[in-house]
Design a binder for this molecule. Structure first.
Ligand code: XMP
Ligand code: MG
Length: 180
């Protein structure tokens, strides 16, 4: 599997250290509040699993699955909800957990959709931010790492559903796109 990795962008150790810092920051900011950590399937799963264990507050978590219309690697801003929340969010502070914010179109749609359900607040924690590609006016409240405009895989991020189980964030070799 790793023969197609050009280089490691963020190591397992760097990921672990940053997740601990984000957890501590979130713990301070939400002291005394009820949080619902909302993971966006499937990319956010490894990050969210590690992050929630660094948030030292009582919390609940749930998942949504979204799909963007259009070509698979590009966001169109038109989002379809494949899996929705099962319960009302009126009495909770929602913390969306994302793997990566790229154009921001998915996140903008999601935040508007959730706000219409009258939660106490909606904030976003993302592992990665590719701010150079932003099209929508959204800024994550917590960001693990700002990354350059390169296609990355690992720690939840995939290429054709593969590489999600790599313990680091890596950049794929050109050949990986060509053989698929
Ligand atoms: P937006 O709407 O912010 O979409 O453009 C974010 C979604 O795009 C996918 N994405 C990536 N997935 N490596 C990936 O594996 C990348 O470098 C990458 N950039 C964007 C991802 O599904 C994310 O949720
Ligand atoms: Mg995704």
């Amino acid at each position: 599997m790793e023969e197609y990795i050009d280089r490691v962008l963020i190591s397992k150790e760097e990921l672990g250290k940053r997740v601990v810092e984000l957890g501590a920051e979130i713990t301070r900011d939400y002291e005394g509040k009820k949080i619902l950590v909302l993971g966006i399937l499937k990319g956010a799963v490894p990050f969210m699993a590690d992050l929630i264990r660094e948030i030292k507050l009582p919390l609940a978590y749930d998942f949504m699955a979204l799909s963007s219309y259009g070509v698979s690697t590009q966001s169109s801003g038109v989002v379809r909800i494949l899996k929705d929340l099962e319960r009302s969010v009126e009495d909770v502070h929602i913390l969306i957990a994302e793997d990566i914010v790229d154009t921001g179109l998915t996140l903008k749609y999601l935040k508007e959709n959730l706000r219409a359900r009258n939660p106490l607040s909606v904030k976003v924690v993302t592992l990665l931010d590719k701010a150079a590609r932003r099209k929508a006016d959204v800024t994550p409240d917590y960001n693990g790492f700002s990354i350059p405009d390169e296609f990355v895989v690992g720690y939840g991020l995939d290429f054709n559903e593969e590489y999600r189980n790599l313990p680091y964030i890596g950049v794929l070799k050109q050949e990986a796109y060509e053989i698929n």
